[in-house]
Design a protein around this ligand. Structure first.
Ligand SMILES: Nc1ncnc2c1ncn2[C@@H]1O[C@H](COP(=O)(O)OP(=O)(O)OP(=O)(O)O)[C@@H](O)[C@H]1O
Ligand SMILES: [Mg+2]
Length: 200
């Protein structure tokens, strides 16, 4: 994916990405201070927000190939399980209930499978949002601070799951994180953002 001269004014921040290449099959980190425009950039990539000008060349990726785990995940008013199978349903894909249970078990949320998603703790929401995003094996995954509310063991586990998916699918990841030390080992490439610009 290549982002060229992309501009978006949001509040006091003027986002301007002159030239950013998100190489496919790599794990990219996106780091920078609060309010510098990271979430805005992810939303532009997802097409949730329209740019003022500039372009994104998706190089053949279709909207349904890309997923975003939001900083504040939107969950459907339904059970954990129904939230997780939704991406498969809308893509008309087969639902392998045993495989889904296996994923839930691994993530430590199998026992709350039937719980109403709205009642989850913030860490549980993030776990659900992670599983929901990877369940359909997307080609590109955008993660916005998804692991930030997880306890240390869970965070380590989910980092392993990122690596595993990356290995199995050759998927492309763009990960926003403030947990620099822990996450750094995942990144093939790190993009630093400041005041709306990619500075290195
Ligand atoms: N809809 C909006 N209206 C006004 N200002 C906005 C809007 N969306 C974002 N902003 C502002 O744009 C700036 C960039 O926001 P953004 O959410 O992209 O930051 P961020 O880098 O993700 O920060 P954080 O690390 O805190 O998540 C912030 O100053 C924010 O207040
Ligand atoms: Mg953000």
């Amino acid at each position: 994916m290549r982002i060229t001269e992309l501009r978006k004014k949001v509040g006091k921040t003027d986002l301007y990405v002159e030239d950013l290449k998100i190489e496919s099959g790599m794990i990219h980190g996106l780091v920078g201070p609060n309010g510098c425009g990271k979430t805005t950039l992810l939303k532009l990539i997802m097409g949730i927000t329209a740019p003022d000008s500039g372009s994104i060349d998706y190089e053949g990726l279709r909207p349904s190939d890309i997923t975003m785990m939001s900083q504040r995940p939107y969950l459907m008013h339904a059970s954990v399980y129904d939230n997780i199978v939704y991406p498969l349903k809308i893509r008309g894909e087969k639902i392998d209930a045993a495989k889904i249970d296996e994923l839930l078990e691994r993530a430590g949320i199998l026992e709350i499978k039937d719980q109403y998603a709205g009642s989850l703790s913030s860490g549980e929401r993030q776990k659900l949002s992670f599983i929901r995003a990877i369940v359909f094996r997307p080609k590109m995954i955008l993660m916005d601070e998804t692991l930030s509310n997880l306890d240390a063991d869970s965070e380590k586990l989910f980092r392993e799951m990122v690596m595993e998916r990356h290995r199995e699918d050759g998927s492309t990841w763009l990960i926003v994180s403030h947990q620099w030390d822990e996450m750094n080992e995942l990144f093939d490439k790190v993009h630093h953002m400041e005041k709306g610009r990619i500075v290195k």
